[in-house]
Ligand binder design. Structure first.
Ligand SMILES: [Ca+2]
Ligand SMILES: [Ca+2]
Ligand SMILES: [Ca+2]
Ligand SMILES: [Ca+2]
Length: 263
């Protein structure tokens, strides 16, 4: 929950007086790292002249419910709620209607070895996907989110060894990244911002979140996979996910910066 707790104070952090916490060299290195490590995920970015553009479109990957190998009616209302597609013995994708309203809210996709490679999740159950997570060999590497509920991606989380390492954010919806969150210490992001609207982080516009707010993170951040909706539990009985308030808290509490662009 560290990330969520931090997110709740996003706008507050952005309004803090900027402090110079990193040298300009570090900012250059940050942008360079962004260009490289952001290339593999679902929301691959284009980096030109230090400016990162990302595709904000939410792209659903097909999972055939009509032709599913197996259909399960979890609540015995005569209508299937879980759809499983298999190739041979390997499950390729699964679609779940978590709240039994007839609209799928969660999808999971596996690679040819049956390891998780992608998840899609509709947090507010409006029929639109709000989060796309990418996995490599079953380990979370990237999470793209529409936190403003504007049906556009605005937040890209990148993970190292399953732990959140950095976040990019497009706070004003123009497809150009304008906030960079670095998690050098779990729960204590360094927040770099583009304040002069040139698409690059500006020296002097960095906020050391914990230092500025006095926020003390709970012990070290749990592996990122543990923070995601628990699909493994969800796939057996959808009601288990519906009863988990922690998962539901995230979408109803979008990062405030989305509503209040800081520039
Ligand atoms: Ca549903
Ligand atoms: Ca949604
Ligand atoms: Ca932007
Ligand atoms: Ca700038």
């Amino acid at each position: 929950m560290n990330k969520t707790e931090v997110s709740r104070s996003w706008a507050g952090a952005a309004r803090l007086s900027p402090v110079v916490t990193l040298a300009s060299l570090s900012l250059v290195a940050l942008v360079a790292a962004t260009a490289c490590s952001g290339a593999a995920g679902a929301g691959a970015g284009k980096n030109a002249g230090g400016v990162t553009r990302r595709d904000t479109a939410i792209k659903h990957e097909e999972c055939d419910t009509a032709g599913a190998t197996e259909k399960i009616d979890a609540n015995n209302d005569g209508r299937p709620d879980i759809f499983i597609e298999r190739k041979g013995s390997v499950e390729t994708c699964r679609a779940i209607d978590l709240n039994f309203d007839g609209v799928i809210d969660a999808f999971s996709y596996n690679d040819s070895a049956g390891r998780l490679r992608r998840r899609e999740y509709d947090y507010d159950k409006d029929g639109q996907i709000d989060e796309i997570a990418t996995y490599q060999a079953g380990v979370l590497t990237e999470k793209d989110q529409a936190t403003s509920m504007a049906r556009k991606l605005d937040t890209w989380d990148f993970y190292k060894a399953g732990a959140l390492a950095r976040t990019e954010r497009d706070s004003n919806g123009d497809g150009v990244i304008d906030q960079w969150w670095e998690y050098t210490q779990p729960g204590c992001p360094m927040i770099h911002s583009d304040v002069n609207n040139d698409g690059k982080p500006d020296p002097g516009a960095t906020v050391d979140y914990c230092k500025e707010t006095g926020y003390v993170p709970p012990e070290r951040q749990a592996p990122a996979a543990a923070q995601s909706p628990d699909f493994n539990k969800a796939t057996s009985t959808p009601t288990e996910v519906d009863s988990k308030p922690a998962d539901e808290a995230k979408p109803t509490d979008p990062k405030p910066a989305a509503k209040e662009p800081t520039k």
